[in-house]
Design a protein around this ligand. Structure first.
Ligand SMILES: [Zn+2]
Length: 321
């Protein structure tokens, strides 16, 4: 019998997503297990292997039906499969590829989780058919992946594609988790937009809808801001405009350097939809070098939380087929 399936894994700090995919990237089975980060993450791969064996048995498959395993993980991946540091998992110089091959007895391929999400969108999502694209995820942080000619740009030590840490606010920027000030993440993540909102609301007197929400709940969410912007609330529109200016600047600068076919925007904030794309495009067109922006689309991601696991599967397809 020919090998026909791919085992794909998307490792998160609390949950691990697992899937059996066809060679074309379709789901055969999809499930989740909790991530056990005790003992510096030494049970993680063992638990994945155990869950794999159980599922193979349940579906009356065999290990020999699998082309290999692809896995997305937090942290930079170096030397083809070593995780140099993943603080939340307790991993340091962790030989993930070797561990997977040992536990699962099949070829293993490992990528950074944000990069895997980028590859997933390239393979089966908004970037379908494109081989030069930049994926940007706007969630509690801002992450991303840069794909050139179908491959992730990894950089010298796995640190390429850290779009969230581009400096976009050169003076008086908010402090970022990375230690710098004014990173894109501090103004374009869900928490970043809220920071902009709180500072903007301070400048206004009176009772705008956003001020009422703030007074009532003691806080405000990115969704509140976009919802009221869609209803043409003036302050909400001003907040969205500031956010879009920073993100448009970031994308415009990337376009000037990379001239990609598309930017694919994912993560929780991207649920704002059309208003986000329209306002960001307005500023993007101001900042991108004109010839390099002409054939570049700004698109919403389509795979949601499945992007990472599908992209992890793509690593197997790319290397084994
Ligand atoms: Zn930063």
């Amino acid at each position: 019998m020919t090998k026909q399936y791919i085992f794909a894994v998307d490792l998160g700090g609390t949950t691990t997503k697992l899937a059996f995919l066809t060679a074309e990237g379709g789901f055969v089975e999809k499930w989740e297990i909790p991530t056990d980060i005790s003992d510096n993450g030494k049970n993680i791969v063992k638990n994945i292997a155990k869950s794999f064996q159980n599922k193979v048995r349940d579906l009356q498959l065999s290990t020999t039906d699998f082309l290999g395993v692809g896995m997305g993980t937090p942290g930079p991946v170096v030397h083809g499969g070593i995780i140099s540091k993943a603080v939340n998992l307790g991993w340091e110089n962790y030989p993930l590829k070797d561990e997977l091959e040992q536990e699962l007895s099949m070829p293993a391929f490992v990528g950074n989780d944000a990069n895997c999400a980028a590859l997933g969108e390239m393979w089966k999502g908004a970037g379908n058919g494109k081989s030069n694209l930049v994926f940007v995820t706007l969630g509690t942080g801002v992450g991303g992946g840069v794909i050139v000619n179908g491959d992730i740009v990894e950089g010298t030590n796995g640190g390429a594609g850290e779009i969230g840490h581009m400096s976009v606010q050169l003076q008086n920027g908010y402090l970022c988790n990375c230690g710098k000030h004014g990173c894109l993440e501090t103004v374009a993540s869900a928490t970043g937009i809220v920071k902009i909102a709180l500072d903007t609301l301070k400048r206004y007197e009176g009772n705008s809808p956003l001020q009422s929400i703030l007074a009532e709940n003691g806080n405000i969410s990115a969704k509140d801001i976009f919802d009221h912007a869609k209803e043409k609330d003036e302050i909400a529109l001003e907040i969205v405009d500031q956010f879009a200016n920073y993100l448009g600047y970031g994308l415009g600068t990337l376009a000037t350097i990379l001239n990609p076919e598309a930017f694919v925007i994912g993560g929780g904030v991207s649920k704002a939809g059309t208003i986000l794309i329209e306002t960001v495009t307005k500023y993007y067109n101001q900042y991108a070098f004109p010839p390099s922006r002409e054939d570049t689309d700004i698109l919403l991601a389509t795979l949601g939380n499945d992007a990472g696991v599908i992209g992890a599967g793509w690593l197997v397809k790319k290397n084994m087929l």
